[in-house]
Design a binder for this molecule. Sequence first.
Ligand SMILES: *Cc1c(COP(=O)(O)O)cnc(C)c1O
Length: 387
Amino acid sequence: MVKPALRVEKIPPYLFARIDKKKTEAKSRGIDLIDFGIGDPDIPTPKNIIEKMKEAIYDPKNHRYPSYEGMLEFRQAVSEWYKKRFEVTLDPKDEVVTLIGSKEGIAHMPWAYVENGDIALVPSPGYPVYKIMTILAGGNPYIMPLKEENGFLPRFDLIPEDILYKAKIMFINYPNNPTGAHAKDDFFENTLKIAEKYNILICHDAAYSEIAYDGYKPRSILEFDKDKKYSVEFHSLSKTYCMTGWRIGFAVGNKDAIYNLGKLKTNVDSGVFQAIQVAGIEALTGSQNSVEDIKKIFQRRRDAVVEGLKTVGINVTKPLATFYIWAKVPEGYTSADFCEKLIEETGIVVTPGSGFGDEGEGYFRIAITIDEDRIDEAIKRLKSLKI
Ligand SMILES: *Cc1c(COP(=O)(O)O)cnc(C)c1O
């Protein structure tokens, strides 16, 4: 057999493999699984967006290669949405790029900025793409631990100065997957101070900026980086409009960063199917009632899970945003052991925190992407679990 490239061999093994095996085993034993594992909304894409797609798909001009940087009309829609939502002005021509889902842009960022031996600052626990793509690009990820006592925000004062001077990019993600944590204004201000002092490009993953509750309105880092000197922000239509399967997102912010990311992308992909971009314009500029409805559903589920967990002695912080609940595993278990026990004895599937990095050990993540009846059933089953 031909030996694969070292860079592929170096990718750490898939940490959810053990859980997947347990799931398959449990299913074959006829166990009715309740799956809180997947961070993928179970709610269908709003109808107005689907209708727009239906029209657009018949238009032959949408059947050809799209432009690399995305349709200008889509980028204009992003710019309008940003103005309305954050009071931030973006030039659709050179401060916005369309992405094939925000994961694609996030994954390409290290390729545009990280050279052999360069450092990227990445949070742990965190979305695995930041770290893995840094490694694949030949860089060294430097882990910023997100600890409960710090509100799951990184402590910049604990990062050695030589690391900060060497670092080229930093990934942050608020509202946060997997912890459900959010960042206050001073965090963004402090992050930008670090960016300025040490010349670091901040890559803010804002996939959950619209999934927030109890009147909380997440901020854009561009509200603080007024001249767009130090930051780019990644957004996704996946979570806001339940469009995970459609593959559309966008990056905005610093002109050079958008240019360099776009330049790299022209050599990798050929843009997003235009009909999907047309549907994306409808999502961003059409009625936002569906977003309100979706949030209400998640908010009710969040409350049901948090209250239910309390009745079985698991106390968690009620997240103000995202559709994740981050909970501590009971004393005496590793994340993986506890998650396996849950599947085996109750058929409940959750994600072991260790799958999001070493700092996630000791926790598990509940994605509230299933309906309330199933949540009630899960809580009932938990009551019979012997820990
Ligand atoms: C879901 C998610 C994304 C990626 O979403 P796309 O579907 O690729 O747009 C990015 N970051 C985080 C933290 C996510 O949870």
